[in-house]
Design a protein around this ligand. Sequence first.
Ligand code: FCB
Length: 439
Amino acid sequence: MTYTRADFPEGFDFGVATSSYQIEGHGFGGAGPTHWDDFAATPSNVKNAENGRLACDHYHRFEADMDLVAGANFDCYRFSTSWARVMPDGFTVNPEGLDFYDRLTDAMLARGIKPCATLYHWELPSPIADRGGWRNRDIADWFADYTHAIMSRIGDRMHSVAPINEPWCVAWLSHFEGYHAPGLRDIRATARAMHHVLLAHGKAIQTMRGLGLSNLGAVFNLEWADPADDSLEAAEKAALYDGIYNRWFLGGVFKGEYPQNVLGGLEPYMPDGWQDDFGTIGTPVDWCGLNYYTRKLIAPSGGAWPGFKEVEGPLEKTLMGWEIYPEGLYNFLTRTAREYTGTLPLIVTENGLASPDVIENGAIEDPQRLAYIDAHMHSLQRALAEGVPLRGYYLWSLMDNYEWACGYEQRFGLVHVDFETLERTPKASYHALAKRLGR
Ligand code: FCB
């Protein structure tokens, strides 16, 4: 690896991220059923129909897991709290759930780790899904109530908080592509979810301001889109992909508007009065988080709106089949600051890759992950040199975990998990980072 902590500005935070459903084990501690349990129990949605009932059993092993975070010299741990654990029926508080996050918070603080919370990383309580989930405008108020419940308990000790992880995944991937729970493929449901997810974000920020909390942000997943060829049609479709994936959410929160090219398809399906919600959606935040993994090559496909398709690109790929394109991270850091956030601090809240990591003689070599991290750190350096107010870089993920529709096959961890024994074994990348991030 090329870079060490000393190559980054004073106070720059290095972190590592996980999420509740992917690691905790939702079969414990009174957590309620989630739409991911329901989705996974429906044939052919998830590889091997796997779910998060046991996952990494982090619920019982969090102390040792926090030792792993501290052992690699990370400053921050980005974790998420589960709505279904805190409120198993979506509405009623489960004291055991609050107690768990209380213990987890104190475990971080005891090790000098800054707790960075996300309040929704996709495990919607099934009873909320029964009421229409993200299609129902009322979800914004229900989410605000949940925000109040969990943050009244642990908010005083959080370093930072963001309400919702990756609104594009919550809305488009789950309601238009049907690839994530609840597995819908419906444009009307999509338009509603695209809007309500941002309304819920805004209400949660307001709720936390009411509790006197600070250092509140938003976390977007951004994916660079390049036209598959030189045609005008491909350029237009790449711009539409960019609009749906990236500009809709950034535009809603930071400009109080949605991109015209996307409204061209979604406007007839939007909920009544959507134009009046930007005051709430745009409630000021203190930082903007970017999750970045890859880019896509986009071409016209014909057929119904949006009429585009992804074309396989020529670059080296990860186990997920995602092209490795560090340039895209540089592009997003500079573009987001220039067009949306100005001097607001930016944090890369997720970056990483899956590789087919196996233990040999007690060790795990993951050279592709090391090269990937190095190349993306180079993009951070370029952006910093141009004055982008970048304040942190968090890796996905601390350990191998439940990778949603891919089940347990895609290993994103710096730490290997044996899903038979649940034994944790740090990979070569973990050891390299621990050295590079030491003070
Ligand atoms: C992100 C998600 C995270 C994980 C990584 C690989 O989109 O936030 O839960 O699935 O991708």
